[in-house]
Design a protein around this ligand. Sequence first.
Ligand code: ATP
Ligand code: MG
Length: 409
Amino acid sequence: MRMSKTFVKTLRDAPKDETARSAQFLIRAGYVHKEMAGVYDFLPLGLKVLENIKNIIRDELSKIDCEELQLTALQNPEPWQKSGRWDENEVDIWFKTELSSGGELGLAPTHEEPITNLMKTYIKSYKDLPVYAYQFQTKFRNELRAKSGIMRTREFLMKDLYSFSADEAEHAEFYHKVEGAYAKIYDRCGLGKDTYETFASGGIFSKFSHEYQTILPVGEDTIYYNSDKSIVLNEEVVVPEVLEEFGVKKEDLESTRAAEVGNIFTIKYKYSEPLGLDFADKDGSKKTVFMGCYGIGVSRVMGVIAEKYADDKGLIWPEEVAPFKYYLVGIGEEGQKTAEEIYAKNPDKILFDDRDARPGEKFADAELIGIPYRVVVSDKTLADGKAELTVRATGETKLVDIDKLDLAR
Ligand code: ATP
Ligand code: MG
């Protein structure tokens, strides 16, 4: 991508009402645009980051045999009425609207009901099971609070995976595989070290659900953990019975703020029963499908990464999620010519700052935008056949032979 060609420009200031540092940087660096409180547009660079996160998720989920689909965001009230969740006393974050042809319609805050309903068309027999289906979908939630930039928004991107199994044993086996996949996903997103599988409430079958919590000072949740972090509990389950079950005392646990970047639930028959998702088992008997659901807040993950990986100058993207690996600047006539040649070889990996601007301005933007490596070719470095390579995370700079500079990797 050429900086001279994009309509996006870096900004000196973020909107005054934007309190989250990650959002301030994301806006100033041109990743997102704030539409209103809790509502953001994703610009070309921001979209690339989202796509990179999505591709990491796709890659890991395909390894455990999940299929990608895309459900509609528009919701027919019927399946939700069957589960009881159309009722605003049950779900208080609905965006509902009316069809001009008459009747109500909702914007999906999640998709358990429609996917359970959809599977009734395809799951009839034990031979049709298991099914593991996921999507990346925009969710709409009329959240009361929206103050954490893209970490809590009224329209956000979620990866939601649903499992349909014949029985608990098959479900448990898959649930375990998802835990493995999630560990790899957060790791590849650069969050592995600080993300913990956490016991939380909301389990229907197993008492607990599991949340994936990333330690973050501005996170909205509080988690409790023992020193080696083998026990991590959301504060909502830190009650006498649970502490006893885990064999720990509250005073032996430390607490910290964290952000929920995903969760996994055993939902058993919660939706399959009211919606009538049954199958004929081997012996011909009719059974209810055993379900699980597994979410990742894709846009929240992006916000958490931006919050975690930044310094006072700007963002510092981990390599696998960065929109580009290299930020290229040419200085002087020869330097610019050589930079053009380097760019032409690997345009997909390079954000080429070919603007008519001072080097100082380009370097400041390189730091704000947070591309992992900056490559500067100037007449001076070229005189020795070299280019300057700077690591954004450490500021470490070295001169490398221009002939050996391989930006394909
Ligand atoms: P929270 O407790 O943060 O409201 P939740 O319990 O409502 O989350 P789910 O409904 O299971 O979460 O959604 C799955 C994932 O989607 C969450 O783990 C989180 O990462 C993300 N998420 C939930 N609500 C939002 C939101 N308003 N904006 C951005 N991401 C969200
Ligand atoms: Mg919520």
